[in-house]
Design a binder for this molecule. Structure first.
Ligand code: SF4
Length: 344
């Protein structure tokens, strides 16, 4: 039987991770959200720090958003953190602090999609639900020799049905983890190691010799490039920072004011004037770039001085200590380091 062979392999090869064997739905939820788009190695440290700061749903619900974002700093995809807290507030206030125990109900919470709902429902509540991540999708496409594009809804539905028929009802959480492990260690994207595969005898792609041609992936989206001028405006041992709008990319995080296509001193000074900053001087400081999923920022940083800096809900003038306490995206790292030196 497929699942028995797979689980026997998993029992030998499963990695020892901080969340392995975890049954607490809250902790599984945190680990699964962090693991989206982020490597296991990176997540380990964040997971421990996050749970130390917010050990329960209620602790997360009651925390200031800025504290949550600060602990997420560097993990990227910050909407994950904001949605996590939004959902925690719903669970704490409307569900008596207990996560729902079905995939359907979990999916109604902010930030919980098909994958995360399947992972929590199967690992915490033993529901026979698939957690279809990239690994599961690839493995299932090969097992069934699916030659349609895995980006198509109809193909995904077929793969989900095929996976649902294979899932072990006694160990659904382990089944999902075993499939992910198989995808990570054996059924690799470019060159699957079919010789080491515990289920090679049940794999249609391997039987037909087409495993390297599958899965059929959607065409890659070309990344757009944005040029942005970044202003470090200093005034009396403080530097100006701005909070990004909640619904924008990197929403809720702090940054140095930066503006699209304002790549010289006079354009930046004009943009700063619109923020109410009378910036003087202007000297090129450094260049940096940052790659997002669909976007690249090419940035030029300039140093300005001002006699006064505006303060408000989304604008602050901070000293060195204040700067290091704010949650800032990795995209700003080079500028933050420069500003910290200038403020010393
Ligand atoms: S036999 Fe090869 S292609 Fe098929 S599941 Fe195993 S590793 Fe993947």
């Amino acid at each position: 039987m497929f699942s028995k062979e797979l689980l026997a392999w998993h029992d030998v090869h499963a990695r020892d991770l901080p969340w392995r064997g975890e049954r607490d739905p809250y902790k599984i939820w945190i680990s699964e959200i962090m693991l989206q788009q982020t490597t296991t190695q990176t997540v380990k440290g964040y997971y421990a720090r996050f749970l130390a700061a917010f050990p329960t749903v209620r602790a997360l619900a009651d925390a200031p958003e800025e504290d949550v974002l600060k602990l997420w700093e560097g993990l990227g995809y910050y909407s994950r953190a904001r949605n996590l807290q939004k959902a925690a507030r719903i669970v704490a206030r409307e569900m008596d602090g207990r996560l729902p125990d079905t995939a359907e109900a979990l999916k109604k919470l902010p930030g919980i999609g098909d994958y995360t709902a399947g992972a929590i429902a199967s690992m915490a509540f033993d529901r026979p639900e698939l957690a279809m991540d990239g690994n599961l999708t690839r493995v299932l496409a090969r097992l069934t020799a699916e030659d349609g594009c895995v980006g198509d809804a109809a193909v995904r539905k077929r793969l989900r049905a095929a996976g649902g028929a294979l899932i072990d009802p006694d160990r659904p959480g382990d089944f999902n983890q075993a499939m992910m492990g198989l995808g990570r260690l054996v059924c690799l994207p470019g060159s699957p190691k079919c010789g080491e595969c515990p289920v090679s005898g049940r794999c249609a792609a391997h039987a037909r010799g087409v495993e390297k041609e599958l899965p059929v992936m959607p065409p890659k989206i070309e990344k757009k490039t944005e040029r942005r001028g970044v202003a470090l405006v200093l005034c009396g041992g403080r530097v100006l920072v701005r909070r990004r709008p909640a619904d924008a990319l990197l929403g809720g995080l702090w940054e140095f004011p930066n503006f699209r296509d304002a790549m010289d001193v006079s354009s930046l000074a004009e943009c700063l004037a619109e923020l109410g900053v009378a910036a003087r001087g202007g000297r090129r400081l450094l260049s940096a770039s940052h790659v997002f999923t669909h976007l690249v920022w090419k940035m030029e940083g300039f140093l300005f001085a001002a006699d006064a800096l505006p303060e408000g809900e989304s604008l602050r003038a901070v000293d060195g200590a204040g700067l290091s306490a704010l949650p800032m995206p990795t995209a700003m790292r080079a500028f933050r380091e420069k500003a910290a030196k200038l403020l010393q």
